[in-house]
Write a protein that binds this ligand. Structure first.
Ligand code: GUN
Length: 283
């Protein structure tokens, strides 16, 4: 294997140490810990795991978390009522509604009710718009984690060709904007891109966020590239990325593993956003 592994668990541990110290500083200055409210509606098994991991991460860094569980049959009015009460709660700095929502609930309309200054997922149109404009904002967690992992290589981002495969609002689009902010030359590819391989082969930085197991093969990678695999594809009880790791690792310069790459960083950036929101609100 040629590629060096970018260890997301290790980077996360280091960052969580810094976050813990900052949370203690917040507590000393304001007489209360930074607070995160999590709303979980329904019983999606993957969401249960994600939310449990978020709560545990808060506990280990000195952020006070409150979990609101709602049944799958919750009405939009009830859910919005809970969001608005968390918006008003002075001890809540960050508020997130775990996705996917149960069937019948309008995700866009519900997420638009989260106060933008508490929107630690960075999903609200105000934060997405400010990211586009290059204004200060709460940026989406997975894309922020991707930037941290690329920086971990020690290689510059400015002037590099970055190719993002995937155009979701949660990962692909914000990842492209953050790379642009770092002065990369950015291309976004998607399911309708013609001759995808000819584009990915130009990537000094390749971000794979398509949600298809082993979609990116070794022949699609430029020698020495930094490959960031955002995929979380469950297959026969195991987790697989969007990149064929065994092949890619023979060509890439750096690569993130799945699990243990981007995954741990998403929650770490959520903690970081919660701190950022807390300090901004306490000003
Ligand atoms: N479901 C899967 N990923 C996420 C995330 O980052 N935030 C929320 N709120 N829900 C998710």
């Amino acid at each position: 294997m040629k590629a060096r592994i970018i260890d997301g668990k290790l980077v996360s541990e280091r960052l969580r140490g810094e976050i813990k110290a900052e949370a203690a500083r917040f507590l000393a200055a304001h007489g209360r810990p930074p607070g995160l409210a999590v709303i979980l509606a329904g019983e999606d098994p993957a969401s249960e795991i994600y939310v449990k991991n978020k709560i545990t991460a808060c506990e280990s860094t000195g952020i006070k978390s409150v979990l609101h569980r709602l049944p799958a049959c919750v009405t939009e009015a009830e859910l919005v009522g809970l969001i608005e009460s968390a918006n008003r709660d002075e001890t809540v700095d960050g508020l997130l509604v775990q996705l996917p929502l149960p069937k019948g609930l309008d995700e866009k309309r519900i997420l638009s009710r989260v106060s933008p200054d508490k929107d630690v997922d960075g999903f609200h149109a105000v934060n997405a718009g400010n990211l586009l404009l290059g204004n200060p904002c709460l940026a989406a967690c997975t894309p922020s984690g991707i930037i941290e992992l690329i920086k971990e290589t020690g290689l510059p981002i400015a002037g590099k060709n970055a190719v993002v495969v995937g155009r979701s609002n949660i990962v692909g689009k914000p990842a492209a904007l953050l790379l642009l902010q770092q002065n990369a030359t950015v291309t976004i590819c998607h399911s309708r891109t013609a001759d995808l391989k000819s584009v990915t082969k130009t990537a000094d930085i390749l971000v794979a966020a398509v949600g298809i197991k082993a979609f990116i093969t070794g022949d699609m990678i430029k020698p020495g590239a930094v490959v960031i695999d955002v995929g979380m594809n469950r297959f026969e009880g195991k987790l697989y990325g969007d990149v064929c790791f065994a092949e890619a690792a023979e060509t890439a310069g750096f690569i993130t593993p799945v699990p243990g790459g981007v995954g741990p960083m998403t929650i770490t950036m959520l903690l970081k956003n919660t701190l950022k929101a807390a300090f901004a609100r306490a000003k």
